[in-house]
Design a protein around this ligand. Sequence first.
Ligand code: HEM
Length: 664
Amino acid sequence: MFDPTQLSLAYLGSGSVLLALGLALYAVLVGALGAARHDARLQTSARYAAVGIFFAMTAAVVVMQTALLTDDFSVKYVAEHSISTSPTWVKVATMWAALEGSILLWAWFAAGYTALLALVAPNDALRPWALVVMNAVNVFFISVNGLVANPFIALATPPLEGPGPNPLLQNHWMMAVHPILIYLGYVGLTVPFAYAMSALITKRPGSEWMTQTRTWTLVGWGFLGLGKVAGGWWSYEVLGWGGYWAWDPVENVSILPWLTATAFIHSVQVQERRRMLKAWNLLLIILTFALTILGTFIIRAGVISSVHAFGDGPVGPYFLGFFLLVSAVSFGLLALRWDQVRDRADLDSVVSREGSFLLGNVLFLAMTFAVLLGTLFPLLVEAVTGEKVTVGAPFFNQVSFPLWLGILALMGIGPLLPWRKAEEQSLRRNLAWMLGGALVAGALAYLFGVRKFYPLMTVALCAYNLVSLGLLLSGALVPRLRLSSQGPLRVFVQYATESRRRFGSMIVHFGVVVIALGIAGSGGYRVDQQLRVTLGESVPFQGYELRAIDRFMEQTPGRISAGAVVEVWRDGRFVATLRPRVNVFGGGDTQPVPTPDVLYTAWHDVYLNVAGPVRPDQDFIVLRAVQSPLIAWIWIGTAILAFGTAYTLLPAPRRQKRRVTAAA
Ligand code: HEM
């Protein structure tokens, strides 16, 4: 019998989404009216509505989580993507494991950022229109949730059990983290876009909008970068091929806004200091936002096949339409204000801080264009000729490696250059030290067997960057030490505390150097072998002995695992026990998921994956053994980069603030 009380969660969820949609429409209309008429009451009403949207979307999220945690299969999304035997964290993460739920998460974050902005952003001329733009974005996401990708459809006859989320997604806790970071990044980057639009609408294209949004931009950019690396780590620890980046279309589209945002966080400094690049900065932030939408269209429209694609959803045309609308409106506004935003001054010299930023921007954009082209090309060819073509890793590597080396080279010299024009003598002296460091490191690396071009160049450029960081630090500390009666450590701490932005950027660039070494080692010298190990015996692998001790079969509610127990020995000493396995989730009828086990060390890893059937009647195990030198440095470098980004964002200490106020 049909029991309406069973459907209450679905109705509650739909009701919350519809309420949020109504409030978002209200916030756009009333906010725009208030902003156009400079009516403070209407503006305040729109701000309250923005907070209301967040509460309504939070209610929708709470409803979805309740449905997932209580296995309420009367909600279609739960019935199609959850299973009662999943552990609690998997049930929570199932909310973003499929299309409708992930849009709900995105819409919730967008509502959260908007509410925060409505509550904490200074009450200036830009805020009203920035909120209108944020709320217009809210209208889009919430209406997609309400109309085409509704996670709250009620089922009249609920099934007794669901199939569970995609097994690949249940296999690693990173699944609970990676999408959250990516969405926090996307949504964070919407804020500078909204302020840029507001600056164009209100005819205030100075640097006010960028200064106002620096924190939001760096937070969004930081989350997006962290999300990318978290995705790489997930891929490495789950997909079983021993790699973290495959130039998969989904990986590619999410790196595009990160590249343009990296260009943006640098080029804004030129506008702040030299009042140049107004149009360029507006263009970059529009591109960044438009690329997040285009990327989502490519992933969600079912036009590509990928391990991470959420295929065949009905939302493709909506995202394409929104991308076209956003592009038309924002580029149209930019064109309308062209006279106010175009630069009237030229660069004094290319060999200057702003010159290095500009060149760096060109390299970041060239990489964006190449990755976009490589990703879209197969789609375009298929659309025109009907033929399937693929653009593989060799293309992406060939175009991106030289650009990446160029970025590393500029990252070393840029921060040492003064604004306007570099003095030739100090430039020569700095370059001599840096190139000397590069030569020594390159020669040492060559002697130790690094003979491949890109890894060798990366090692040399990393040393060049380390020397540059040393020069930057000594340039800042030596004059202070001369004037101070305090010891070097005190002076260093004082400098690091007072010059947070500068010192933070040094930490960030150091993180990039560490990541670059990790990429060079793991990409250039990866060893991948298939090994047949008889139980009780050992096989050699890259200086280690792998000793197969046992096989095992485990069954927990919702999961069956079969794997091997392998001891890792080196020079006669026991190092670790690894347990690579294959997991089958659900009732045993889903695709088996490889689950490698990894031993990380500072120099390399030992990555083992079961590469053949594990049968009780068999006295051997087939393993895929991979070693990627320096891979752990990618994760460590990312932590350094994240720490440095947070450090640049710390508020200036009191003493410095007072000095700035006094100077003003
Ligand atoms: C800041 C140059 C590449 C992340 C800076 C600064 C300079 C600079 C001069 C300002 C330092 C100061 O305040 O004194 C460059 C150049 C690059 C480059 C020329 C190569 C083209 C990168 C890369 C990343 C990065 C690849 C990260 C992946 C940052 C961050 C800041 C920064 C987060 C702080 C921004 C802020 O405080 O607003 N960079 N950099 N940079 N850089 Fe880079």
